[in-house]
Design a protein around this ligand. Structure first.
Ligand SMILES: *[C@@H]1O[C@H](CO)[C@@H](O)[C@H](O)[C@H]1NC(C)=O
Length: 337
């Protein structure tokens, strides 16, 4: 009996480990950015829903991002997903990576790390290729992961893979095909994200907590609120006093605040095709601050006590501005210019 145990012992260990750690277990690994500025500030741009070979004003938005990026001396760029239309990348050699990214965002100020999440259109191509480190050899700026954290100055930015939360992509995909490799079994993946996000937010000591996902939580745009994200992710963000949730998905710019607490909802989905002209003005009227049904992007600058959010249209005009301030009492003060 003892002999038998010794023999099967390694087998037991391997089995336990493979049961505990399926391939889709989520860990929020952290990338660190130290401020290079005297006031310890960090600045970044956010653009979403963009990769169309420069078409639909993608190039014009890119040009203006270059100007604003230079003016603010940005540290990095965030992509809120739907990076390559219509169906993500085919493989790591897909020319779209260059024709929609490298050859478009050419300004010097944009030659910084890009931190990207996947959107639903990215999942309709080869999602694994878009996450591949092989792309960094073609363009060193590219950092796309499913779930990760960027620690930047006084902010921790949590990137969350929201697409697998949306039921219709599984229940009623119509003609769309999704690359669910490393996501299935779905239940395990989703609960792993929620658990890891909850503990990562709890552990964070950053003055500002910012969460980025592709899908909306609050939106009066074409897609509107995303019920699954509202049901599963919003309570975690509220419990940990997250300051901003930033998303794409609706092809517009918008700013809403939360009806409870002080979280701000920012949509930056104006990287290329926009002007959907379907806006649900009746919804969230009391918490709605700004809506732009066209192309553009946003900038965020954070110091220990202050954050400044600005929205820019296709001409690079600052069309909306929001300042947030944290007093010693931790109470958040907001003011609009
Ligand atoms: C691009 O921007 C210009 C200027 O606002 C606008 O006239 C044009 O309709 C836009 N094109 C698209 C495809 O959105």
């Amino acid at each position: 009996m003892a002999h038998l145990l010794i023999l099967i012992w390694p087998l037991l260990i391997t089995t336990c480990f493979s049961l505990q750690l399926p391939s889709n277990v989520v860990e929020f690994s952290k990338i660190k950015h130290h401020s290079k500025k005297r006031d310890n500030s960090i600045a970044f741009l956010v653009v979403g829903d963009w990769g169309r070979d420069g078409n639909f004003n993608q190039s014009r938005v890119a040009t203006q991002m270059g100007f604003i990026g230079k003016k603010l001396g940005i540290d990095f760029v965030i992509s809120s997903g739907d990076n390559f239309y219509d169906n993500g990348l085919k493989d790591v050699h897909d020319p779209a990576f260059q024709t929609s990214f490298t050859n478009i965002y050419t300004a010097k100020s944009l030659q910084k790390p890009w931190y990207a999440v996947l959107g639903n259109h990215d999942y309709q191509g080869n999602a694994v290729a878009q996450l591949s480190p092989a792309l960094k050899k073609i363009d060193n700026r590219w950092n796309c992961k499913r779930n990760f954290i960027v620690g930047a100055g006084s902010a921790d930015i949590f990137f969350v893979d929201t697409t697998p939360f949306v039921n219709k992509y599984f229940d009623n995909p119509k003609k769309q095909k999704f690359d669910w490799r490393n996501v299935l079994p779905r239940e395990g993946y989703l609960s792993s994200i929620l658990k890891s996000l909850d503990s990562a937010l709890k552990k964070s000591k950053a003055a500002w907590k910012i969460v980025v996902g592709h899908h909306t939580i609050r939106s009066i745009g074409y897609h509107g609120d995303t019920q699954e994200i509202e049901a599963h992710i919003l309570p975690i963000l509220e419990a940990h006093n997250v300051d901003m949730y930033i998303n794409g998905h609706d092809h517009c710019l918008q700013h809403l605040s939360n009806e409870r607490g002080s979280m701000q909802f920012l949509t930056s989905g104006g990287g290329s095709k926009a002007w959907k002209n379907i806006i649900h003005y009746g919804v969230h009227k009391d918490t709605m601050h700004f809506y732009h049904d066209g192309q553009g992007f946003i900038s965020v600058k954070v110091t220990r006590n202050k954050a400044e959010i600005a929205f820019y249209d296709v001409f690079g005009r600052n069309v909306h501005h929001q300042k947030l301030e944290k007093r010693r009492s931790k109470k958040l003060i907001t003011s609009e210019d």
